[in-house]
Design a protein around this ligand. Structure first.
Ligand code: UN1
Length: 495
């Protein structure tokens, strides 16, 4: 019998009043991995009410003390890293080394935000008038509603929860139905670390039954969403209706540029890691390689040879390179794009099929797939596939490479492999993405820098680092007049 997992509302684990449940199966084996309470708007109402009540005291709890709870959470996460990583691999398929990285990202974020409890810097400024003092202070906003995806089950909830909490907000989170377990683990850790009742609440269930009411709730002034561009657009419309503060982190079609002077050994490593890590299911995954024609053949043949040799299997096996994709639906989408690529006339040079050998047939495995001679107008060169499919697009110059890199609707991550510092700085100047790598693949953002993208990837906000502190706080500008008389700004000017 698989374990049963519940909502956490107002400091208590409890089943939804619906009495319904849903189950999650391991995408590598098809075995039931967990059974979860299935909630609806009434559970959201209850969770938001609890978070609203808790906000009254949490906002006044000293920020350094809030940070200390996160510090304790970081220590607990560290001590349970291996256990959580294994659960993550079983829940959504990413290989164990990457699952450890996912937990590590939550640990890093907890330590970073713990320190932020002693910073949360504002400004002090001079006044135009005598005997007057000016400053700005950060204030928490209220209840934050989080809708999180399945591809980074612990990292992404931590990017949202930890900065929100340290700055004094309270939280209601709805994790993806594919990965509720790792959010529950994160909340358990926070509870063990001493987070007071009602400050963090988790409600499990589908986007329509739970995500929608959370999004529309009038007592939730802040929403943060990571997921598809299509859903993100409707989230933005709903948030705008009630003037909610919103971060969106959506799709990507991330390009690696390989110049004729690149270190090809390094480029091969960086591209394979970026394209096939997490089976291509990262927002930051490398899905296009824009390659100088002078090195196209060499790069294509080396990538293809390596991709064909990658070990596909259950990610709990340390020797496996590529785990399953998250679901049957995802496998079908990938297959649809492979067919589209073939129809469009791209040259399939590696993979292309569903992997079914032996036990693989029980799960959702797809071969690492590479198309060569892709042109910029093809659908496989423009649409996010979210699977292990890579397109090689040949070009004759850096100018054209940059134009193609920028020529998609998304703007999350990009990279350039070149030994020439001028090329690297040109790329930095002209590539329009939120993240750029020089001589590395498109994945691997660290938590203390802003994370997010331009154009259809985001809405101008960034997560992580100090950008997150900005997002989760309101500025209050405070003017203290100690002159004992009315001094009118802009009128009683000092001569
Ligand atoms: C995502 O795919 O949504 O930079 C997050 C990276 C990871 C985070 C990816 N640190 O690839």
């Amino acid at each position: 019998m698989a374990d049963m997992y519940l909502n956490y509302i107002g400091g208590a684990w409890k089943p939804s009043h619906t009495g319904q449940t849903f189950e999650r199966r391991n995408p590598a084996t098809g075995d039931v991995d967990g059974v979860y309470t299935s909630s609806d708007a009434q559970d959201i109402d209850e969770a938001v009410a609890a978070a609203r009540e808790a906000f009254k005291t949490w906002r006044l709890y000293p920020a350094p003390k809030r940070g200390e709870i996160l510090f304790t959470a970081a220590r607990i996460l560290e001590s349970r890293k291996e256990e959580f990583a294994r659960e993550m691999t079983a829940e959504m398929g990413k290989v164990i080394s990457e699952a450890r990285g996912d937990v590590q990202e939550a640990i890093d974020m907890a330590y970073y935000m713990a320190g932020e409890g002693r910073r949360m810097f504002g400004q002090t400024t001079p006044s135009e008038l005598r005997n007057k003092f000016n400053m700005s202070v950060r204030k928490p906003i209220g209840v934050c509603g989080f809708i999180t995806p399945w591809n980074f089950p612990m990292a992404i909830p931590s990017w949202k929860m930890f900065p929100a909490l340290v700055t004094g907000n309270t939280v209601v989170i709805k994790p993806a139905t594919f990965t509720p377990k790792l959010t529950i683990r994160l909340v358990e850790v926070l509870v063990e670390a001493g987070i007071p009742a009602g400050v963090v609440n988790v409600v499990l269930g589908s986007g329509s039954a739970v995500g929608e009411p959370l999004l529309h709730h009038l007592d939730v002034p802040v929403i943060s969403f990571t997921g598809s561009t299509e859903t993100g657009k409707s989230v933005a419309i709903a948030a705008a209706e009630h003037n909610k503060r919103l971060t969106l982190e959506m799709g990507g079609k991330n390009a690696v540029i390989v110049m004729d002077d690149a270190n090809i050994d390094l480029a091969v490593e960086g591209i394979l890691w970026g394209a096939f890590g997490t089976s291509g299911q990262r927002c930051t995954a490398t899905s296009r390689v824009i390659v100088h024609r002078a090195v196209q053949q060499e790069l294509a043949s080396r990538l293809a040879a390596r991709a064909e040799k990658m070990t596909i299997g259950n990610g709990l096996d340390e020797s496996v390179d590529v785990g399953p994709v998250v679901s049957k639906g995802q496998l079908e989408t990938i297959q649809k794009y492979v067919a589209i690529g073939k129809d469009e006339g791209a040259k399939l040079i590696a993979g292309g099929g569903i992997a079914t050998d032996g036990d693989l047939g029980k799960g959702f495995f797809h071969e690492p797939t590479i198309f060569d001679d892709v042109t910029r107008d093809m659908r496989i060169a423009n649409e996010e596939i979210f699977g292990p499919v890579l397109s090689l697009i040949p070009v004759d110059s850096l100018d054209v490479a940059i134009e193609i890199a920028n020529g998609v609707e998304y703007g999350l991550s990009a990279s350039i492999f070149s030994q020439n510092v001028n090329n690297a700085f040109r790329a930095m100047q002209d590539i329009n993405t939120g993240i750029l790598y020089i001589n590395a693949g498109t994945t691997g953002a660290e938590i203390h820098l802003p994370f997010g993208g331009t154009k259809a990837t985001g809405n101008g906000h960034r997560e992580a680092g100090t950008a997150a502190v900005d997002f989760y706080t309101e500025w209050q500008s405070v003017y203290v007049d100690y002159s004992g008389k009315l001094q009118r700004a802009q009128i009683d000017t000092v001569e």
